[in-house]
Ligand binder design. Sequence first.
Ligand code: GLC
Length: 656
Amino acid sequence: MMPGPTHSTLLNPAQAQRLRLAFDDDRDAETFFLRLERYGPELLDSLRAVYLERAGGLLERLLEIMLHAYHTRPADLKRLDEARLLSPDWLQSPTMVGYVAYADRFAGTLRGVQDHVNYLENLGVTYLHLMPLLRPREGQNDGGYAVADYRSVRPDLGTMDDLSALARDLRGRGISLVLDLVLNHVAREHEWAEKARAGEDQYRDYFHLFADRGLPDAYEATLPEVFPDFAPGNFTWDDHAGEGGAGGWVWTTFNTYQWDLNWGNPDVLAEFVDIILNLANRGVEVFRLDAIAFMWKRLGTDSQNQPEVHHLTRALRAAARIVAPAVAFKAEAIVGPGDLIHYLGTGTHHGRVSDMAYHNSLMVQLWSSLASRDTRLMEEALRAFPPKPTNTTWGLYVRCHDDIGWAIGDTDAARVGISGPGHRHFLSDFYSGEFPGSFARGLVFQFNPATGDRRISGSAASLAGLETALEGGDEALIKLAVGRLLLLHTVILGFGGVPLLYMGDELALLGDYGYADTPEHAADNRWVHRPRMDWELAQEVRDHPDTPAGQVNAGLRWRIAVRKTLPHLHASIEPQVIASPDPRVLMLRRDHPLGVLLEVYNFSEERVVLPAYVLRGHLGEDAHDALSRSAFHLTRPTVTLDPYRALWLTAPEVSA
Ligand code: GLC
């Protein structure tokens, strides 16, 4: 007798019978049915919440897609599925270290990346996010985020088979391949959009199209602008977007050539389940859910973070879990903490949506504290952060390919007695280098005169002061810039989550001002911090660890190695912010069953003297600093922290 699902709510007997017949192998069938029992109810529940009476029909379609994907899933990936089910906390482990790179800028092609896997392995990387590499539209394509075909690779990078081969190679070395899944929009040149423009009703329903400005104007009243400078507004006129070949308005949150998808149409969900499973069967292990906050539109709101987004994610994840439980989801939701936590799951979604989310707030606070030499605002912001579900993790970063928007909450600012708008203004001045005495060199991105917002582009090294210091040739200033870069990276390595090193930051690469000479990039200064990998420098830093780049590199490698030895850094443990006796110093405490880890970070270029009793209260008299691998006695009345110094202190028996 073949096994079958026991949840009668999910399948009727005829459906269950049909499904059974789709398997020749009993064990295979059993695995599928067990997973269906576990995740099917979640899937159906979320489909019902979004698609109401259309949910049943949609589930049948999804089952077909899932069955096909399950049957075609390669044996080594099925093995990975089993391994992951045995280690469900794999993404939370302190051994995880991420690296983020553009395949072409890192190594030319996918095969080129394969030739450089040793480099990544050597750095300790276990998670490789290759920036958008599916075939984008020609010309401007928002760094690949305007996908024209989800089933082929950008031709100059290679083929789908190269992608599978690379994934296999990475997997063999314990490195998970991470790809972007652009969910909110497709390129105007995508087949679906082309068909919609050709008047095919079925595909017109894949998008948000309007005959006149009536609804767009009504929506626009409460919508923010993502690119106010080069793509103002949220709707674009298209000569063929109207009914019967007439012109019409298309929802385009981002650039005019990125058409927002209508997730209210079940066909769109079915398409993406198929796309996800297809890529998962190619060996993609983590999907970065791009711009996920914008997926659902609602009149009278900012059309971000709508409840349907979480149901859709839960449905996509449940489908992925049934076929490919090795796969994890990472939410790219650059939203406030109160909204962000829902992407990791609250209420009935607790721990059932994305497995990971970017901690944008920490990134912003790192740069904010570095500029103000004051960690009180960061303390407030972190304290106000709701705890995440214990089975989820953060994506932690110092820099990424995007600009930095000063997501500083007015309430947090008020709590430490400063003005939100005033501080945001200061940070923009500081990081564009306009503020007198600023060490930073960055560029203003998307100045919005309506809100006063000035976001910032720039490489980590340039923002941390290395560019200006090298120009001035002052050794002391260079040392401080190196100290800042290492400090920020130490925080993300020690926060509990997957640290995401952004390509080039391990070599302290400066801004690449040549972007302005490339016509497709000139208008978008985010390209200043998307440099090409400098392989000569990568070699040089190994031979000359005393140069600034060499010090950053060696320092990072050391910290990565130390991180991997500390069980306290498991992401299921929440860091607690400890009241610091000095505003320049941030203190975080992690309580692991093995003991306490106290992290101490000096965010200033000054030597800070702390009363030792504060640390002693957490650790006793004889602590151990994991970062310097040395005893750290707390018997004296004070502790002196050098500029930008970090300590990871444990009690001695823990590190023994
Ligand atoms: C995400 C990407 C960004 C892109 C946008 C639109 O925010 O990180 O680079 O412009 O989505 O896809």
